[in-house]
Design a protein around this ligand. Sequence first.
Ligand code: SF4
Length: 233
Amino acid sequence: MAKLIMTDTKKIKKILRLLNRVYGKPERFKSEAPMDVLIRTILSQNTSDTNSDKAFAVLKANFKSWDALLKSNTKMISRLIRSAGLSNIKAKRLKDALSEIRRREGRIGLSRLKNFEIDVSLNYLRSLNGVGPKTAACVLLFGFGMPVMPVDTHIFRVTKRLGLIEKDIKVEEAHNVLSRKVPADLIYDFHLGIIEHGRRTCRAQNPRCGICVLYGLCMFKKKEYYRKKGEKS
Ligand code: SF4
């Protein structure tokens, strides 16, 4: 067992070195208040960063605090965040989350989570309406700097192809497995590096295996097929 963990750790470090060589060391986001990360991540569900960033900027411009957003009309919020898609659902999720946090904390803020164990913080966030494992992990990683791996569609696909998680694993379990396997100090860079690789090279359709620096480390059965396909096109 110890040997297996060691092998995965070495592989993860090698993957990260290779990704950094191709894409450069990922630029870290400016650190954000945990509440902002929560709102931003709820808006980002099922849409692109461009669309959700636009909606987040509109909310920031229209409300001087998250308290003000909580007091406002759900329909109006929905109109303001239209660019993020699913705006009726997301407006309700935002209000539900803010209202529940206010009820639990007596104010809108998540600073108390920094004193909790990671699992307790994850459960706290997961129990809010509309907050799944990825959103909860984003709040802890980007809002508090805790070593938790958010697993989005790119991370799920690429780490599966690389053999870091089982083929039939559920996305929820993938959060736990990757948070354990990736060394704590590398989670942030690994998260960003794999997303970049998923967007640019290890795409869902027609992955560019022929130019992939991770080819030798990859367990994807069809990698040779896609390598040859790339040579022909
Ligand atoms: S070899 Fe292909 S499937 Fe494997 S990581 Fe690279 S692009 Fe993805």
